[in-house]
Design a binder for this molecule. Structure first.
Ligand code: FES
Length: 381
């Protein structure tokens, strides 16, 4: 079927090339920048069973997907993780575990290796134990370091993912030094995206432009020193870029997320958008959801774009930016992402950046991810 009839981006030739399996929203940590839903605790009893996940994996494979990210929450909280990885491996998927490292014992790592797991992405927030533990709201630092050591010792390809925000941006130098000592080859400093918990804490979490420039200079100095021995990614927040990110490479183009309850979405945040029908793989075949459902067709392709995007020369690069960010910051998911300086509503982003320049002493404590925290935070606001 020609592209014009399906509205699909050409990149994936109509296939979801990159699939995130959110096995659970349960997590032992309480990160204030978590992108899970604010009502994450409501999903515990609705998680897909092992057999339902296997059925979903077969359907994802039939759609042509090859790469899977097992994520959460903390996917290690699912006791069937090894079984699901083995099943995915038997279907021919390249499997990636995205983990905080909490619960990653040597026994489980070996079981995951035997199951065919190909790659691990481990998150770490700081080199100092007190800082990590304070940020994630648990005694996690030592467990994370041990997880990193085990992953390296068992020769897994690994990316160290460091979410970056105001409270830990000064750790970049020490973090690279520590990663060099451990022989880590890929490190990603990902300035956090502001959705859900992170958006609630945005005024406290967002670093200033000066801090970002200083951190990037540190990264560049290490890149020059290390050459090809380590790849260091440093992702700038889109609030500072003046152009929106090509979120998910376009809505419904190459990315598919399956939430713990089996709801299929074009991105991990899509349920923030009101007025859309979210369908679980329990209720409809995934092929129909991906190709035909109103949710996936809503913002697919370029025909729906508003001005100024529809006449913009960059529309095939950024697809108008992020739908969820447009909703959260402007109240309408169909608007141009206000991260773009050409958006008539770019002022909301400029205002947020201005707050990040305020002195720390005027700031509020971070709201930690936890059941009931949202209502408490709004009562205090
Ligand atoms: Fe949903 Fe960007 S996070 S479209």
């Amino acid at each position: 079927m020609p592209k014009e009839e399906t509205g699909l981006s050409l990149d994936g030739q109509g296939k979801p090339l990159w699939v995130s399996l959110e096995l659970t929203y349960r997590c032992p940590l309480k990160c204030s920048w978590c992108n899970n839903p604010l009502d994450f605790e409501d999903y515990g009893s609705r998680e897909l069973t092992t057999e339902e996940w296997k059925q979903a994996l077969r359907e994802v494979r039939e759609l042509g997907a090859l790469q899977l990210g097992f994520t959460g929450g903390e996917p290690l909280l699912r006791e069937d993780l090894e079984e699901l990885v083995a099943y995915a491996d038997s279907l021919g998927f390249y499997t990636n575990l995205i983990t905080s490292g909490i619960g990653l014992t040597e026994e489980r790592l070996l079981a995951l290796k035997a199951a065919g797991l190909k790659h691990v992405q481990l998150s770490l927030q700081a080199t100092k134990g007190e800082l990590t533990d304070a940020l994630v709201g648990a005694r996690a630092h030592a467990l994370k370091l041990e997880a990193a050591r085990l992953i390296k010792a068992h020769n897994f390809p690994m990316v160290l993912n460091v979410p970056i925000f105001r409270q830990n941006i000064g750790e970049v130098d020490a973090m690279i030094e520590w990663a060099v000592a451990l022989g880590i080859e890929y490190i990603e400093f990902a300035n956090i995206q502001y959705y859900n918990w992170a958006l609630m804490n945005r005024d406290e979490l967002m670093p200033s432009l000066e801090q970002i420039k200083a951190a990037e200079a540190v990264v560049n100095a290490w890149r020059a020193k290390l050459g090809n021995t380590m790849t260091i990614y440093f992702v700038i927040p889109d609030y500072y870029e003046g152009r929106p990110k090509a979120c998910m490479n376009g809505w419904g183009a190459i990315h598919l997320t399956l939430a713990p309850d089996g709801v299929a979405m074009p991105c991990q945040e899509a349920r923030v958008i009101p007025g859309l029908e979210f369908i679980s793989v329990r209720d409809q075949p995934l092929g129909w959801i991906w190709h035909e459902s109103p949710l996936f067709r809503k913002y697919r392709g370029l025909d729906w774009l508003p001005e100024p995007c529809s006449s913009c020369s960059e529309k095939e690069k950024d697809f108008g930016g992020c739908r969820c960010q447009a909703l959260l910051l402007t109240g309408d998911a169909g608007n141009t992402d206000p991260a773009c300086s050409r958006s008539p509503l770019h002022g909301v982003v400029r205002d947020a950046v201005a707050v990040s320049e305020k002195p720390l002493r005027f700031r509020k404590p971070l709201v930690k991810r936890s059941a009931g925290a949202v209502s408490t935070a709004f009562m205090e606001a």
